[in-house]
Write a protein of this length. Structure first.
Length: 236
């Protein structure tokens, strides 16, 4: 039984790149595909926001002297590359899927609209949502929250390289304490980094629950949607 039937999953481009030896690790894409198959079989409706950091990060490009607006636009197009590759893999593995983009490109990708997205979700298709919000200076985390609210998703799932939210980086400090559950206020007061402040403030204002969990971890997506203990839950 699913606790959350409609969800938005945010996954970074770096997570899909694995050890970084290639732009996308196809074994990780295969893993993601199987995890998604499992939740669709239970009746889930899923939209996936993919970052583009495995190809280009706008903030990093700006540090190299590229205009921030141009850098962010290029970074958003990097997310489209990821989405097109993932959609092709999903389709070839029997999962109906579609890419919708904040930037419509004739002959390549449809533009995002709420009605169009909901129609595809109700038909059982997995959505890959590309190009963030379509605006510079806004992260893919912000896009994840925004699209979740537009689609009336019940939860935002954030797949990361660690299994939840800690008071310190557990990869650097073995004494780091993991939080099982946090309110929005506790997260802000303790200065815990869940996502950028713009994204988090919007989620808090609209009372959108966030579940942070590790990718790849077998069964994590299903556990999160079933409301079972996994990662860290942030909400009221």
């Amino acid at each position: 039984m699913l606790k959350y039937r409609r969800a938005v999953l945010k996954i970074s481009g770096e997570a899909l790149a694995g050890d970084g030896s290639s732009i996308i690790d196809l074994e990780l894409v295969k893993f993601l595909c199987e995890e998604v198959k499992g939740v669709l079989a239970l009746g889930a409706e899923l939209a996936i926001i993919v970052g583009g950091g495995n190809i280009l990060r706008g903030v990093s490009a700006e540090k190299e002297g590229i205009d921030r607006v141009k850098a962010d636009q290029a970074g958003m197009l990097a997310t489209l590359i990821n989405c097109l590759l993932l959609q092709d893999f999903f389709q070839k593995n029997g999962l109906p899927s579609r890419v919708l983009s904040a930037y419509e490109i004739k002959g390549v990708v449809e533009g995002f609209s709420k009605d169009r997205a909901l129609s595809y979700l109700k038909q059982g298709e997995v959505l890959f949502l590309a190009c963030g919000t379509g605006n510079p200076f806004f992260s893919t985390d912000t896009a994840g929250v925004l699209r979740a609210l537009e689609l009336s998703a019940q939860v935002l799932l954030k797949a990361t390289k660690v299994d939840g939210i800690y008071d310190k980086d557990p990869r650097l400090d073995p004494s780091a304490k993991k939080f099982e559950r946090l309110t929005y206020e506790e997260t802000l007061l303790q200065g815990l980094k869940v996502m950028d402040l713009t994204a988090f403030s919007l989620a808090k204002e609209e009372n959108l629950p966030i579940i942070v969990f590790k990718f790849p971890e077998e069964g994590a997506l299903k556990k999160a949607l079933m409301g079972k203990p996994i990662g860290t839950y942030v909400g009221n």
